[in-house]
Design a protein around this ligand. Structure first.
Ligand code: ADP
Ligand code: ADP
Length: 222
């Protein structure tokens, strides 16, 4: 499996958020590192087809994701940045709703939700409304949601943003435990978030790729 971004462009007004980004991902965990405004979220929104691009290609095994459409979205998991989402739903209801949107049948949905609530440590809180959840619990629900349907491509936008060290480690451990036969992209501006769990690091600046390497390479450069 190969996900290839070729000369990807996106602008807002007359400002280029992505200006000819080219990078290829295979199975493994990629840390996408870049300061605020580097274009990480824009890249992820284009990879998840939540945004219209202004140029370039995104190819999964040689076929553009726009052409793959639903077949692509079915193998995709996306954890967006935290937002005020579905506040009045319980975790259980929220996950069930998301599972149904992803096309899982009721039985599959129930089984996967049980398992994901276990591994994210939320089983005891599943009937509480999200409005009463802490920041860390919300992040874990969002992560569980991204894992529904056992996606082959997992896109995580700042999964540990705003968390205390304990919750941060919890999320990191969960990501580390995932099998490496999928493509996992993890955007962050925190180096320590990815040095331990990434197989490769992708560095972005001003909408372009400025470097790739292993965590060890990166540590030598900073
Ligand atoms: P990040 O942590 O990725 O830098 P931001 O705080 O920049 O996120 O952006 C949060 C949301 O606001 C995103 O949905 C992004 O698309 C949008 N956004 C970012 N910059 C602007 C801008 N200059 N004008 C309007 N919306 C923006
Ligand atoms: P990152 O995720 O690395 O912080 P973003 O992709 O959020 O970067 O932003 C890249 C650039 O695009 C920034 O200059 C940001 O202000 C701008 N931008 C992002 N979203 C919007 C938006 N919805 N409207 C206008 N500008 C935006």
């Amino acid at each position: 499996m190969q996900l290839e971004i070729r000369n990807l462009k996106k602008r807002y007004g007359n400002q280029w958020a992505l200006n000819g980004l080219t990078v290829t991902f295979g199975p493994g965990v990629y840390g996408i590192l870049g300061s605020n405004g580097a274009g990480k979220s824009t890249m992820m929104n284009l990879l998840t087809d939540n945004l219209k691009r202004d140029g370039g290609e995104i190819l999964l095994d040689g076929i553009d994701i726009l052409k793959l459409g639903r077949d692509y979205r079915k193998i995709l998991g996306y954890m967006p940045q935290q937002q005020g989402f579905y506040e009045q739903m319980t975790a259980d209801t929220f996950l069930f709703y998301m599972a149904r949107l992803k096309g899982l049948n009721r039985k599959q949905a129930a089984a996967e939700i049980d398992q994901l609530l276990q591994v994210t440590g939320l089983a005891g809180e599943r009937h509480k409304k999200l409005s009463g959840y802490s920041g860390g619990m919300r992040q874990r629900v969002l992560l569980a949601q991204a894992m529904l349907g056992n996606p082959k491509i997992l896109i995580l936008d700042e999964p540990t943003a705003g968390l205390d060290p304990k919750e941060r480690i919890r999320i990191r451990n969960f990501i580390s435990s995932l099998s490496r036969d999928r493509i996992i992209l993890l955007a962050t501006h925190i180096v320590s978030d990815i040095e331990s769990i990434s197989d490769r690091i992708i560095m972005m600046k001003k909408g372009k790729l400025i470097g790739t390497g292993t965590s060890a390479d990166l540590m030598e450069r900073v």
